[in-house]
Design a binder for this molecule. Structure first.
Ligand SMILES: Cc1cc2nc3c(=O)[nH]c(=O)nc-3n(C[C@H](O)[C@H](O)[C@H](O)COP(=O)(O)OP(=O)(O)OC[C@H]3O[C@@H](n4cnc5c(N)ncnc54)[C@H](O)[C@@H]3O)c2cc1C
Length: 447
């Protein structure tokens, strides 16, 4: 099994048999008891995940710093940092120029256990918690935001969809594949429906053996690498968005076609495609969850997924900042001194780092609140909004701090800058995040 999983499983087992504060898996109440080190003021809560109802008294817990990681999360951070530096970094520039993910990187992400982070061990995954996934996504983005988003979409949208809404049969069928060799895509957006996602035109109809899907999807990440597609289609258009239903579609299904691969400004190694569905017949077992519940699933999954994108953006900002700071403090001299010695530069570096840490606080707080079963939707939106703003600002400044060397394609500064732009667009644009935050605040403050 995968390297990370190999490294971490003994720890997970130890946690399961001892009273130590190590977590073992995302659905275990003992983990959530110790994983509540968040900046929350909610005293007592009921665990919101399916099948978990135990009362947790948060007041009895010792508060710890927001960035405190459990032993497993720290091991995830260390091993992903090593993998990203040793294996991904040498390929980053070439993958960006080729606008293609190197297949060996995909393979090694599986090998490292990064494609089944939260999938329970009994289905072949690493059995870790949500924050471990966030840590991994952030560390990957520090080196390559494209690899990071591949891992993010696969774990935080697709794996979770099956874990939350799949039947036991579909979990047994799909989760072992998703953990070991099958990349997944999440297909919601369409040419005519982006921010207004539920205005989708893709339709499903019932057949004797299952369902038939017709329509098209746009902007689908991972599509070139994926064999497994979670597709949202309206089964009962007369019911409006309440007809939206989620299906699992295999790449080899007749009528399924990748119509176009987009050429992009940033995250160019991550594939983004238009998909066509022309009388795509799927068996009844490929219905995900219940008919007509797709809109609820999409909202729920995207609320969680946004924390992943926020982590991608903080990782990107850290990578851009480090790249430039090393240059300023070690390499580049002007006026006979290292440019990082100038107070004007130091103040900018300090300001940017402070903003990065503030963004990370929002990300980790949202992740911990989600894990603790608390209300986290506003926190996730704030984390995604702010982290993507910081990533754009810091990666832009980092280009300036490196002067001409930041502008050329020899280094990675310009790439971080290009890659940062997607953060304010996907999984809900900044305006949509602001709308969510405002709506929830208004609800709180309306008498
Ligand atoms: C690289 C990439 C990868 C993607 N990956 C996926 C994927 O894997 N799966 C998937 O399903 N989708 C994916 N998407 C789609 C992505 O989620 C959408 O692009 C995003 O939701 C925005 O939709 P849109 O592009 O249609 O923009 P629009 O919705 O047309 O928005 C355009 C502008 O109008 C603003 N706007 C829209 N509505 C409002 C409003 N009510 N109030 C204020 N302002 C508003 C927006 O903020 C934005 O500035 C991806 C997109 C990209 C570019």
């Amino acid at each position: 099994m995968a390297a990370i999983a190999r490294t971490l499983r003994p720890l997970a087992r130890a946690a399961a048999t001892s009273s130590s504060r190590l977590p073992q898996s995302r659905n275990v109440i003992s983990r959530s008891k110790q994983a509540t080190r968040c900046m929350t003021t909610t005293p007592t809560r009921r665990y919101a995940d399916a099948n978990e109802t135990e009362e947790i008294d948060l007041e009895g817990l010792q508060p710890t710093p927001i960035f405190h990681l459990t032993e497993i999360e720290q091991a995830m951070k260390d091993s992903v940092e090593k993998f990203a530096n040793e294996t991904i970094l040498p390929k980053v520039r070439d993958m960006d120029e080729a606008e293609q993910m190197d297949p060996s990187i995909v393979e090694q992400c599986f090998e490292q256990g990064l494609m089944g982070i939260e999938i329970p061990e009994k289905y072949g995954g690493a059995g870790m918690n949500f924050t471990a996934a966030i840590v991994g996504i952030e560390e990957l983005a520090r080196i390559d935001p494209s690899v990071s988003v591949m891992v993010d979409v696969h774990n935080t949208l697709c794996n979770i969809a099956i874990m939350k809404y799949g039947t036991e049969e579909s979990k047994k069928k799909w989760l072992p594949k998703l953990a070991t060799d099958t990349v997944a895509s999440f297909c919601l957006s369409e040419p005519g429906s982006g921010s207004d996602a539920f205005a989708m035109k893709t339709r499903a109809e019932k057949t004797a053996d299952g369902y038939r899907i017709n329509g098209s999807k746009m902007w689908i990440s991972n599509a070139m690498e994926a064999n497994f597609f979670i597709v949202f289609a309206n089964l009962y258009p007369e019911k409006g968005y309440k007809g939206i239903t989620a299906f699992i579609v295999d790449k080899d299904t007749p009528g399924f076609q990748i119509a176009k691969k987009e050429r992009k400004l940033g995250i160019r190694a991550s594939s983004t495609c238009v998909l066509n569905f022309d009388d795509v017949d799927v068996p009844r077992g490929n219905l995900l969850g219940e008919e007509g519940q797709g809109y609820k699933y999409a909202i729920g999954l995207l609320n969680e997924g946004r924390i992943g994108i926020a982590a991608q953006m903080t990782g990107l900002a850290i990578g851009a900042w480090e790249n430039a700071a090393r240059y300023a403090w070690n390499d580049r001299k002007q006026f006979g001194t290292l440019i990082g010695e100038f107070q004007g530069m130091q103040h900018q570096l300090a300001q940017a780092w402070t903003e990065i840490v503030a963004a990370r606080c929002l990300v980790y707080n949202a992740a911990r609140k989600k894990e603790a079963g608390e209300e986290f939707v506003k926190d996730a939106a704030m984390a995604k909004l702010y982290a993507s703003q910081v990533a754009g600002r810091v990666s832009g400044q980092a280009v300036e701090w490196m002067g001409g060397m930041g502008f050329v394609r020899e280094g990675l500064a310009e790439k971080y800058f290009r890659d940062s732009k997607i953060g304010v667009i996907y999984e809900g644009t900044s305006n949509i995040q602001l709308q969510t935050i405002a709506r929830l605040l208004q609800r709180e403050y309306t008498a």
